[in-house]
Design a binder for this molecule. Structure first.
Ligand SMILES: [Cu+2]
Length: 496
């Protein structure tokens, strides 16, 4: 059992200097009135007064459920105590995913209960009203939040009155703007999956059974140079691996969630016809495997993603990929195939801030990403990892949007898409000569174009402020320049 006794000076850290002096003055005045000199030592915590109060809550993603007494059966019940009471909050985890209880703005939190029926608790002295909530990413938004109501004023609280009056009150979501911790050691050298990791074409064959093992893990990785973030991944990369099957195949999926994971993970395949796209049977707790099979009934290029609540949070950590279901006759042969996915990160600090970034749940709910990137990080598909082609070759891009929230106006600067298989419809004739194609969140497109002139071509989301948030990828084209196609009339050489 952990007992937290907050130093009476701690709340003052949040206040302007003049407020601290006001608080100091009142505190010293109060101390001066007391007979017992030892209680005037401001470095020591004040002993609790009042009753002992205990609440038991069951933890579900949809909300806490009260156990016993007045709170029995109530969802996210208001928990009451008098100032100075010694309060114990006991949590019984009722799901195979991690949960806890924390008090907003106060240094009170249980350990994390990792599995079903695990019990954790925390004991502390009631100080001021606030919200209790689950501090695991996304759980508060999913509904794990209630009121902790403190009535009356205990002596030690009275001493802190000026500080408490302006203190952290009840907030819908945690504060933002937390100073960055130093960059953390990375658990993976490179989070980005290369654009050239496209499986070989299926070719002509009859439908068969194909089997995939996909691992989920939680990694600390570089989001950009000098900035780390906790990514949640399929096979340790963002995006997850591209899977390639044939229409009519029986697809067997084994999802292995790493023992080191804190979260349950799962997959919803947009290629699946069935409950949750598979997510209804693929919720894998840490250290466990879930398996399923499905028939790839419809040809197309489909997004898959984690579908464990809070789902947007799992996507905003990088949990998406694509599966290509080739039509019976296969796809036309091309010279180059690339796999690119657009996704968002929501962090407390702006792009370019060095250190370890923390998720900003408010920004996610407001759909204001800090980063919008291709293949998992800023600069993933640039320099040595740029896509490549030679003049005269045909390039095909499998492009999808993991989101979770933003659609993409996919565009390659200086190119025209010869064929656009809109919304990844691989059956209908493609649209021709398209400059920019719209790709929905949780959707995809297949584009093909011949490269006719050498140079550096930039893949962007033509909502171009997003280039400043990281959405830039490079296609380097080598070969002979044909000046009937393109030339400067001032003798300027194009920047390659
Ligand atoms: Cu997940």
């Amino acid at each position: 059992m952990t007992v937290y006794e907050t130093s009476i000076f701690a709340p003052m850290k949040r206040f302007p200097k003049h407020m601290i002096w006001v608080a100091m003055f009142l505190l010293l005045a109060a101390v001066g009135c007391q007979d017992n000199a030892s209680s005037g030592d401001p470095a020591k915590s004040v002993a609790p007064v009042g009753a002992e109060v205990e609440y038991t809550l069951e933890a579900y993603m949809s909300g806490y459920r009260g156990v016993g007494g007045e709170i029995e059966g109530k969802i996210n019940p208001a928990l009451k105590a008098n100032a100075g009471d010694t309060v114990t909050l006991k949590l019984i985890n009722k799901e195979n995913m991690a949960h806890d209880i924390a008090l907003d703005g106060q240094d009170v939190r249980t350990e994390t209960a990792m599995k079903i029926d695990e019990v954790v608790e925390v004991t502390f002295v009631a100080k001021e009203s606030t919200d209790y909530f689950c501090s695991l990413p996304g759980h508060r938004q999913a509904g794990m939040q209630g009121k902790f109501i403190v009535e009356g004023v205990a002596p030690q609280v009275a001493q802190n009155a000026p500080a408490v009056a302006g203190g952290a009150g009840s907030q819908l979501f945690p504060k933002t703007g937390t100073p960055l911790k130093p960059i953390l050691p990375v658990s993976t050298d490179e989070i980005s999956l290369g654009a050239d990791t496209v499986p070989a074409p299926i070719g002509k064959r009859a439908p068969e059974t194909v089997e995939f093992v996909i691992n989920t893990s939680e990694e600390i990785a570089e989001l950009e140079d000098g900035t780390t973030y906790e990514m949640w991944t399929f096979d340790g990369k963002v995006p997850g691996p591209m899977l390639r099957v044939r229409e009519g195949d029986n697809v067997v999926i084994h999802l292995d969630n790493a023992p080191s994971s804190k979260m349950v993970h799962s997959i919803d395949f947009h290629a699946v016809t069935g409950p949750g796209g598979g997510a209804a049977v693929l919720q894998a707790p840490p250290g466990e495997r879930r398996s399923m099979s499905f028939k790839a009934m419809k040809a197309g290029l489909y997004v898959y993603h984690c579908a464990t609540p809070h789902i947007a949070t799992h996507l905003a950590r990088g949990m998406y990929g694509m599966i290509l279901v080739e039509p019976e006759e296969g796809l036309p042969e091309v010279d180059r195939e690339y796999y690119v996915m657009q996704g968002e990160y929501y962090t407390t600090e702006r792009l370019g801030t060095e250190g370890h970034q923390i998720e900003d749940a408010n920004r996610m709910l407001e759909e204001m990403p800090t980063y919008i990137v291709f293949n998992g990080r800023v600069g993933a598909l640039t320099e040595s990892r740029a896509m490549k082609a030679k003049v005269g070759e045909t390039v095909r891009m499998y492009f999808g949007v993991g989101g979770p929230n933003k659609v993409s106006s996919m565009h390659v600067i200086g190119e025209i898409f010869d064929r656009v298989y809109k919304e990844a419809d691989l059956i209908s004739p493609p649209a021709r000569n398209i400059q920019t194609t719209l790709v929905p969140a949780g959707g995809a497109v297949m584009v093909e174009f011949e490269v006719d002139y050498p140079g550096t071509y930039i893949l962007v989301d033509h909502s171009l402020s997003r280039a400043d948030k990281g959405a830039v990828a490079i296609l380097e084209v080598e070969g002979e320049a044909d000046d009937t196609i393109f030339k400067s009339l001032d003798g300027i050489k194009p920047v390659h």
